[in-house]
Design a protein. Structure first.
Length: 138
């Protein structure tokens, strides 16, 4: 069995973004040479997420509205975590959206269902963050 590891660095221009990273994962898969196996994609920060969904701007806006209702950014004083930082809401949003995804690799391609894409969700941006891509298989 082979193993391949790649780390992406993402610097979000805004506090919150939803970035389709499917092409970067597909590139890593090609680099790996693995044809059958699994890909793990993991947000390596506790205020970011990796998830699978549709690449549709209305849905991304809906995520933003829904998450802001569940864990509003302000007022910062509503959270015990906030003190030195103002990112308690980002931790909660990440918990809801998830840490990582695993995708099957079949015939050298990501084995998705219809419309599925891999996204990086950033909830406390404007600084470098990392995403781990780990591929195992043959």
């Amino acid at each position: 069995m082979k193993s391949y590891r790649k780390v992406l660095t993402i610097n979000a221009p805004a506090r919150r973004i939803y970035l389709n990273i499917t092409p970067k994962v597909e590139e890593a898969l090609r680099e790996s040479g693995i044809k059958e196996g699994l890909v793990l994609v993991n947000a390596m920060h506790i205020t970011a997420s990796v998830f699978i969904n549709d690449d549709e701007s209305g849905l991304h806006s809906d995520f933003e509205v829904w998450l802001e209702k569940l864990a509003p950014e302000k007022p910062y004083s509503q959270y015990r975590h906030n003190g030195f930082e103002d990112n308690a809401d980002a931790h909660l949003k990440r918990q809801i959206m998830g840490r990582e995804v695993v995708v099957a690799v079949t015939d050298g391609k990501l084995d998705f269902g219809p419309w599925e894409q891999i996204f990086y969700g950033e909830f406390d941006g404007k600084r470098n963050k990392r995403v781990l891509i780990k591929i195992i298989g043959e």
